[in-house]
Design a protein around this ligand. Structure first.
Ligand SMILES: *Cc1c(COP(=O)(O)O)cnc(C)c1O
Length: 394
């Protein structure tokens, strides 16, 4: 990402961007736990409220620690503007509330986060916004789903749990022709591995809860993109409706961003090793990981991502019983559906994250009874392999 000029590289921005020291010249970023800010006089208060004078007013919409996080994440994603939110879901909600109205239509990839599907189908639908779901990896399907009211395209890549890769550039072009905006949930790759805006997306969504923190501590989210969208439309919604990021959580994320690239590369290297090992295991039917030679979209994945990320999924021979045996034999890996942590996690999608959809819909989505998803953490790879081998048998 270095351009040879004065613009700092990613690693420098991850550590230095967004720093604004107080009069005490602290070295580490300051944490401003304050709900409001005081003014020198009545005229200044009036000017701050009117937006005529820059400065902080009230932490629902302006706080120096949150601003530092927004500026740093914007620098890393190459975005003009960033608005931080209370969670990943509130980032998606803020985006939709700011950009859509009754009668509008969303086209979304069918393999997106479960709560996002619920938000689109159970909440936005009550306000007259309809969603069509398409096979995200098929650019023609996006084109075919466009209607006169289509305003937003929404995707995640790689998908979770099957790691299907969507071509951001091609889908961005389809969105542009349709007069719609493309939003990419960049949660699994983070800007350390993938830069959707540079590939043509209009908006990037984050659940900062996952890899931006990376250590499983706090919730948060963000919306990034051009100022005309993020500052002019998403920020006013946040200011009025209030799903704002806590300054404490922003401070945790600031520290998380400093090690983001190191962590994502370590997660990816370990995940690739686990994936390759699983692929050679006689009790494993199939492995899903974007940087494996066997992945049907490995070329696209390598063009679009710097590494494969932490998520490895695999089909165990023997269905649910065999899959559950692998889970129950683990001693290191945590049994939880969460991801984005230094601690590795394992889940059985068919009975957890995808348990509420019908068996037919699950089968159509390729989520079999033998499928397991591992979010590879930062423990020793040898220990992780031993942990999985125990339940797989030989
Ligand atoms: C977790 C997650 C979300 C939601 O984020 P929260 O911070 O839990 O609200 C959205 N998208 C993806 C891909 C996620 O993994």
């Amino acid at each position: 990402m270095g351009d040879g000029g004065d613009h700092p590289d990613f690693d420098t921005l991850a550590v230095r961007a967004g720093v604004a020291r107080t009069q005490f010249h602290e070295h580490s970023e300051a944490l401003f736990l304050t709900s409001s800010f005081v003014f020198d006089n009545a005229a200044q208060a009036a000017a701050r409220f009117a937006g005529e004078e820059p400065g902080f007013v009230y932490s629902r919409f302006s706080n120096p620690t949150v601003t530092a996080f927004q500026d740093r994440l914007a620098a890393l994603e190459g975005a003009e503007a960033c608005v931080a939110t209370a969670s990943g879901m509130s980032a998606i909600l803020a985006c939709c509330m700011a950009l859509l109205k009754s009668g509008d239509h969303i086209v979304a990839s069918s393999s997106i986060f479960g709560a996002t599907v619920q938000l689109f189908t159970s909440v936005l639908s009550r306000f007259g916004v309809e969603t069509s779901f398409v096979a995200g990896a098929d650019p023609a399907a996006w084109r075919a789903a466009v209607r006169p009211g289509t305003r937003l395209f929404f995707l995640e890549t790689p998908s979770n749990p099957l790691t299907e890769v969507a071509d951001i550039g091609a889908i961005a072009e389809t969105a542009r022709r349709a007069g719609a905006l493309l939003a990419v949930d960049n949660c699994l790759c983070t800007p350390a591995l993938q830069l959707p805006l540079a590939l043509g997306a209009d908006l990037v969504i984050h659940s900062a809860t996952k890899y931006l923190d990376g250590q499983g501590r706090v919730l948060g989210g963000a919306v990034l993109g051009r100022s005309e969208i993020v500052t002019k439309a998403v920020f006013p919604f946040l200011r009025t409706a209030g799903p704002s990021l806590s300054p404490f959580n922003a401070w945790v994320f600031l520290k998380g961003l400093e090690t983001l690239r190191l962590r994502m590369e370590a997660h990816s290297a370990a995940a690739l090793e686990v994936a390759a090992w699983l692929e050679r295991h006689p009790r494993v039917e199939r492995v899903y990981y974007p940087f494996l030679e066997s992945h049907p979209q490995r070329a696209l994945a390598r063009r679009q991502q710097r590494a494969g990320g932490a998520i490895v999924s695999f089909d165990v021979k023997g269905g649910r019983e065999a899959a559950w045996r692998v889970i129950d034999a683990t001693r290191v890996i945590s049994i939880t559906a969460n991801l984005g942590d230094t601690k590795s996690t394992i889940t059985h999608p068919a009975t957890t994250t995808h348990g509420r959809i019908s068996a037919e819909a699950r089968a159509a989505a390729g989520i079999g009874e033998g499928l397991l998803r591992v979010a590879v953490g930062l423990e020793s790879v040898e220990d992780l392999k031993r942990d999985l081998a125990r339940g797989l048998g030989t």
